[in-house]
Design a protein around this ligand. Structure first.
Ligand SMILES: Cc1cc2nc3c(=O)[nH]c(=O)nc-3n(C[C@H](O)[C@H](O)[C@H](O)COP(=O)(O)O)c2cc1C
Length: 189
C-alpha cells in the first residue's frame, strides 16, 4: 500500500509525490512509464510514454517528435491526463494537466543534450511518425547528420491529482486540487 486512511492528508500527498518522483529516477519503477491521454479529433487518444523528469512542482516532462499526433492534439487542446498504475502497491494515480510544448526553444535545446547517440533516432526519422508506408524498412531511415529540428519536450502542469488505493473491500480514493492549494478531498471509491 502507498497510503492508508489513518494518515494525514498532507502525508498522503507527500507519499504520492515522492513515488512519482522515484518513477523518473529509477528505470525499473512502474511510474517510469505513463499512459498519456489527449483529446483527439474524433475520439480520446492514449499512448505510453517515458517520464524523463519530474519537477518539485510535480510537472512532468516527456520527449517526443514535433510531427507526432500527440503534439498536433495538444496544440489544438492543451488538456491532457496522465495515468499511472503501481501493481506492487496497488495504487492508481490520475493527473489532469495543462500542457506546454517546447520545440526549438531553451527547454528543448537543454534537454537535447541529454539525448545521446542512437537514442536521437527516436526523434529524427526521415518520414514523419504516422506516415503510411508500404514496407516497414521505410520507417528505419534517418539522415546522416541528425539534429534537434523535431525534438520536442512536453511539459505537463498538474491541476488535479487523484489516487485510488486498492485495499480489499475498503478502497481509498482521494483528490488533490491545485485550486484548493493541494488540500485533499476523500471521495467514494
Ligand atoms: C514502453 C513505451 C515507451 C514509449 N515512450 C515514448 C516516449 O517517451 N515518447 C514518444 O513520443 N513515444 C513513446 N512511445 C511510443 C508511443 O506510445 C506512441 O506509439 C508514439 O509516440 C506515437 O503516438 P502518437 O501517434 O499518439 O503521437 C513509447 C511506447 C512504449 C510502448
Amino acid at each position: 500500500m502507498l497510503f492508508s486512511e489513518n494518515e494525514l492528508q498532507s502525508e498522503i500527498w507527500k507519499s504520492i509525490s515522492h513515488e512519482l518522483h522515484r518513477g523518473a529516477l529509477d528505470p525499473k519503477h512502474p511510474f517510469r512509464y505513463v499512459n498519456l491521454g489527449t483529446i483527439g479529433k474524433t475520439s480520446p487518444e492514449i499512448r505510453t510514454v517515458v517520464v524523463r523528469s519530474v519537477s518539485k512542482e510535480l510537472e512532468f516532462h516527456i520527449f517526443t517528435d514535433s510531427r507526432s499526433e500527440k503534439v498536433n492534439e495538444l496544440s489544438a487542446n492543451p488538456s491532457a491526463t496522465l495515468h499511472f498504475y503501481h501493481s506492487g502497491k496497488r495504487v492508481q494515480i490520475r493527473i489532469k494537466t495543462k500542457t506546454e510544448i517546447h520545440h526549438q526553444d531553451e527547454v528543448s535545446t537543454a534537454n537535447w543534450l541529454k539525448v545521446q547517440g542512437e537514442a536521437q533516432k527516436a526523434y529524427t526519422s526521415t518520414l514523419a511518425p504516422s506516415t503510411p508506408i508500404s514496407d516497414p524498412n521505410q520507417g528505419f531511415d534517418w539522415p546522416k547528420n541528425s539534429d534537434d529540428r523535431y525534438f520536442t519536450v512536453l511539459k505537463f502542469i498538474p491541476e488535479t491529482v487523484e489516487a485510488l488505493q486498492l485495499n480489499g473491500l475498503k478502497h481509498l480514493r482521494i483528490l488533490f486540487s491545485k485550486s484548493e492549494n493541494w488540500k485533499g478531498q476523500w471521495l467514494v471509491p
